[in-house]
Design a protein around this ligand. Sequence first.
Ligand SMILES: Cc1cc2nc3c(=O)[nH]c(=O)nc-3n(C[C@H](O)[C@H](O)[C@H](O)COP(=O)(O)OP(=O)(O)OC[C@H]3O[C@@H](n4cnc5c(N)ncnc54)[C@H](O)[C@@H]3O)c2cc1C
Ligand code: FES
Length: 336
Amino acid sequence: MARIHIQDAESDFDCAADDTVLRAALRAGIGFPYECNVGSCGSCRFQVIEGEVEDLWPEAPSLSPRDLKKNRHLACQSRAVADCVIKMRPDPSAVLPHLPTRFAVTLEGLRPLTHDLVEVSLRGTEPVQFVPGQYALLALPGVTGLRAFSMSNIANDDGLWTFIIKRLPGGAGSAWLFEQAKVGSQLHIDGPYGHAGYRAAIDRPVVCIAGGGGIGPMLSIVRGRAAAATGNDAVSLYYGGRAERDMIEPAIIAELGGQDGGCRYEAVASEPTSGSWIGATGFVHEHALAQLAASGALADREYYMAGPPPMIDAALRALVIDGGVPVGQVHYDRFY
Ligand SMILES: Cc1cc2nc3c(=O)[nH]c(=O)nc-3n(C[C@H](O)[C@H](O)[C@H](O)COP(=O)(O)OP(=O)(O)OC[C@H]3O[C@@H](n4cnc5c(N)ncnc54)[C@H](O)[C@@H]3O)c2cc1C
Ligand code: FES
């Protein structure tokens, strides 16, 4: 166990030998800025002033040789090997409403939804607490590093965690989940994390935009909104995939929670392969925003989005820069 002192912030926390600087800080209720938790975004970068940390993934995409030269590290990919003094700026809005913990779960169900999307159900022994739209980190047997997946269900007393997971061709975690996982497999969860959760206190109509596996947290938000029983408006849920085989049947969406929130669901195919596709075509965010702009309702909505980084970045530009939507009304997770 190492003690970490944050310079200029009058704040200290303990970092266990098998924990990361970021997650130890968040477990201690400190608002350490971060986004992805998996070494890809760079928003958890900090500087070591005294002491020593070990980089768990020196090749992480957002860690440069210049960072290492300046003794800067990624908090989500480093652990303290001695007491440290570090430099970073805590952000009170990054303090998590439910402090993350680590625990064992048993794989209880694997349900294919499309050719490369599966619903994974895991069961722990403790009640489950998180804000709809948040994510957790899964430790998968034999896979180096943790994998981030967003919950598709909501908080419950039954210990149930569900995720909708898209297969990444060539991915180590995907290979385990799609080829080796079986009912009864033992995994570990670390969570919950993330800032893109449902804002139940805000009574604005909600628009959810999902690309691929992004459908999971959007369904969690639909369910969370229904459970919170705030607002009278149905949620508009837009789901984007490439072709017909990527589409999730409306009946399955309804069963997975879509019907709980009186959800209006629309699937958009960017590259349908046959003339038989009768739904909308194009990029899902462009379709959703064109529809909302045409009804004059763009700025009067709360937006939740999850999916590939290029989709999120394009939607953010369209909403905030072109559409004049206040940035505080847009909440998103980029799926690195
Ligand atoms: C916040 C967030 C939420 C997400 N939610 C979902 C979801 O609900 N559904 C879904 O389908 N996808 C989701 N994703 C994307 C998902 O995490 C990736 O598709 C998944 O990690 C791919 O894993 P893989 O092992 O198949 O691929 P790989 O290419 O083997 O691994 C990629 C992931 O592993 C990390 N990684 C790779 N090597 C190492 C290493 N040596 N040490 C540490 N980390 C390493 C990478 O940073 C990356 O996250 C989410 C991503 C983020 C960031
Ligand atoms: S939170 Fe550490 S790199 Fe994204």
